[in-house]
Design a protein around this ligand. Structure first.
Ligand code: EPU
Length: 342
């Protein structure tokens, strides 16, 4: 039986901690629940939207229609050999707990993505990534309800059309509702560090034999040092994407700002550290009317309470404008509006 709650405040279900009233709200614990909820929405002619861990969303104060909170659980080993393991994870599982489970089992592939907040079902949407690894590097397939074809579908890695913080799920908003994710992890790969800060950190530890657990712990320490725990300081991780600009614009900027941070991007151009740009506009540590910029990482906007999403968006606009005025670089907001706006 579908259980529907009316006028539910989802303040505890969005890590930015904004008050938001969902007109109708239901918990989805299985694919069967999902089908029932969609039938209910159709019968009552309701719009619906899918809420996952709420760690990458900007919630409106009033959320009309039916909100589906994805809670499909389950972790299973589908296939295993000496070299690899294929696992299936329910969309409602906590991402960080999945990483812990992989490390305990000595399965390599996602250990540098420790402490990323949110649930597994949202991980393919923005192709989560940290310290040189992205979800696309380990993802085999995604199972989802296709709202257009009205059937469950399996999308393989290439069909997900992954790019930096982007995927087919993000681009065709509302089309797919993810119920599970299959990942391929490794048992015997040499540990390599693709991200300089992590490499330097591990080097300083001067460990004889580096294990997955060491990498996991290092990432937890580095992240905890500069990113706020959403339980203590409300935030949605990186609020802006790192913008990709042309080589010539980057060279020009280097002329004026020799310390600007940028790395060649996988898809031509230079990926510039948005945190550096915002920091150098003087925003780090800014706080007014309950919204501000985290003092240790300018890429993260925070909410200290009693403020509104409108005030946060105003701050984001002011930051974007000042970065554009100083560097002529356009920043793009990373978290998604909820419900989505087209
Ligand atoms: N920087 C500053 N000032 C700041 C922040 C950063 O000068 O206030 C400089 C740093 O010194 C560094 C550079 O900017 O030289 C890059 O900063 P950092 O290494 O902290 O990484 P990032 O590019 O800011 C990205 C991801 C993070 C991910 C880290 C590690 C994006 C938008 N963000 O941050 O992802 O954890 O790399 O891989 O791609 C997230 O998406 O929510 C997230 C936290």
């Amino acid at each position: 039986m579908l259980s529907i709650e009316a006028d539910k405040n989802i303040i505890a279900l969005n890590t930015l901690g904004f008050n938001a009233i969902a007109e109708q709200f239901t918990r989805i614990a299985s694919e069967d629940d999902l089908l029932k909820a969609l039938q209910y929405a159709q019968l009552h002619q309701l719009d619906y939207q899918v809420l996952s861990g709420g760690s990458n969303v900007l919630v409106d104060e009033h959320i009309p229609g039916l909100t589906l909170h994805m809670q499909v659980m389950g972790r299973a080993v589908l296939k295993e050999c000496d070299q690899q393991v294929l696992i299936r994870i329910g969309a409602g599982e906590n991402w960080h707990e999945l990483v812990q489970w992989s490390v305990v089992n000595d399965w390599q592939g996602i250990e540098t993505m420790a402490l990323i907040p949110g649930l597994v079902g949202a991980s393919p949407v923005q192709n989560i990534g940290a310290y040189g690894t992205e979800l696309k590097d380990v993802l085999v397939q995604v199972r989802a309800w296709d709202c257009l074809a009205k059937e469950f579908v399996e999308l393989d890695n290439s069909e997900c059309q992954f790019a930096y913080r982007d995927s087919v799920f993000k681009r065709s908003k509302g089309r797919f509702i993810i119920t599970s994710v299959d990942l391929k992890l490794h048992k015997r790969l040499a540990i390599e560090f693709k991200y300089q800060a992590l490499k330097d950190y591990m080097h300083k530890q001067s460990l004889a034999n580096i294990t997955l657990k060491d990498v996991f712990q290092a990432v937890c320490e580095i992240r905890s040092d500069k990113l706020p725990d959403p339980v203590k300081v409300a935030n949605a991780g990186s609020f802006f994407k790192n913008p990709i600009i042309s080589h010539s614009q980057f060279q020009q900027l280097q002329g004026d700002f020799p310390k600007i941070v940028g790395h060649p991007s996988a898809c031509s151009g230079v990926k510039v550290a948005a945190g550096w740009l915002i920091d150098h506009c003087g925003w780090k540590g800014y706080l007014a009317s309950g919204v501000g910029v985290y003092p240790k990482q300018a890429l993260v906007l925070i909410h200290t309470g009693e403020s509104s999403i409108g005030q946060l968006m105003q701050l984001a606009d002011d930051i974007k404008q000042s970065v554009f005025d100083k560097f002529k670089v356009q920043l793009e907001i990373e978290p998604q509006r909820f419900p989505s706006v087209n």
